[in-house]
Design a protein around this ligand. Structure first.
Ligand code: SAM
Length: 261
């Protein structure tokens, strides 16, 4: 648990300087915002306040070591950003990346926009949308997510957002190895060519960050995703489109998913 000062303010753990470098003051400002409007707007539980650094900011910040430095502006799509975890934390730690925050709840994206402006972040774009509604609009070599869904459902929502050879980086807890063992065959059937558990921050923090990395090959058959993983919004739309007498007509999910990459 992060020690607090006499007045109850959160003390920055020394390791944070190594993770955030020159942007440590921005990370501290984000912690203060989370402890204030993050809690009052219901994006984070009040009991999280004393452990914002260890459980949230460092856990997400260490994820940046999973993404090698490349060209400036390299895109990353963070799915189910909620309170900006890990997306906003990555944007703070890595000004060389451009982070797309994808979150369907407008109450949350409204808050995320305000926080990005408050922190003066110029490497963030916010999308009020479900991941699967952006398959034809957005792609990146990296997709990140924390606490959004089990790995198979998450892969069904997010692998079509990856560029060829790209990776889904899912932040996980101590069950990551078990989850991978249970899911590996289904991930491979979805088009993954590799899946592995990696840890970051060993020797730096008490609880290193655990990442389940799922990498796709040069192409994935996107039709398979449209058939296997209709989003709840998608299925509702298809139900609404269906003629009352029964069989579907017009543009079917198979037609819409013809493009293969
Ligand atoms: C439990 S919260 C986790 C939020 C944040 N990632 C964190 O670690 O605190 C899960 C978030 O995923 C979002 N979500 C659920 N399904 C989604 C989908 N298909 N596409 C994008 N976001 C989704 C929810 O709206 C919610 O904000």
């Amino acid at each position: 648990m992060t020690p607090t000062g006499e007045s109850g303010e959160l003390r920055t753990p020394p390791v944070a300087a190594a993770v955030f470098g020159k942007r440590i003051a921005m990370a501290e400002a984000f912690v203060a915002i989370l402890a204030d409007t993050g809690i009052s707007h219901g994006l984070i539980g009040p009991r999280e306040a004393p452990r914002l650094w260890e459980r949230h900011i460092l856990n997400c910040g260490l994820l940046h070591y999973a993404i090698p430095e490349g060209e400036s502006g390299q895109p990353v799509i963070d799915v189910g950003s909620g309170a900006g975890l890990p997306g906003l934390v990555l944007a703070i730690a890595r000004p060389d990346l451009h982070i797309h925050l994808v979150e369907p709840l407008s109450r949350r994206t409204g808050w995320l926009s305000g926080v990005s402006a408050q922190l003066d972040l110029d490497n963030v774009t916010i999308h009020t949308a479900r991941a699967e509604s952006l398959w034809d609009q957005l792609s990146a070599p990296w997709v990140t997510a924390r606490a959004v869904s089990g790995i198979v459902q998450l892969a069904q929502w997010t692998l079509p957002l990856l560029e060829p050879g790209g990776s889904l980086l899912a932040l996980k807890g101590s069950r990551a190895h078990e989850e991978l063992t249970e899911s590996r065959a289904r991930l491979l059937r979805l088009g993954a060519v590799d899946a592995a558990v990696e840890t970051f921050g060993e020797g730096m923090v008490a609880d290193p960050t655990i990442v389940l990395r799922v990498t796709i090959g040069d192409s994935i058959d996107r039709r398979r995703f449209r058939r296997q993983a209709p989003s709840s919004a998608g299925s509702a739309r298809r139900r609404a489109d269906r003629p009352k007498s029964g069989r579907t007509s017009g543009s079917s999910s198979r037609d819409r998913g013809r493009r293969t990459r």
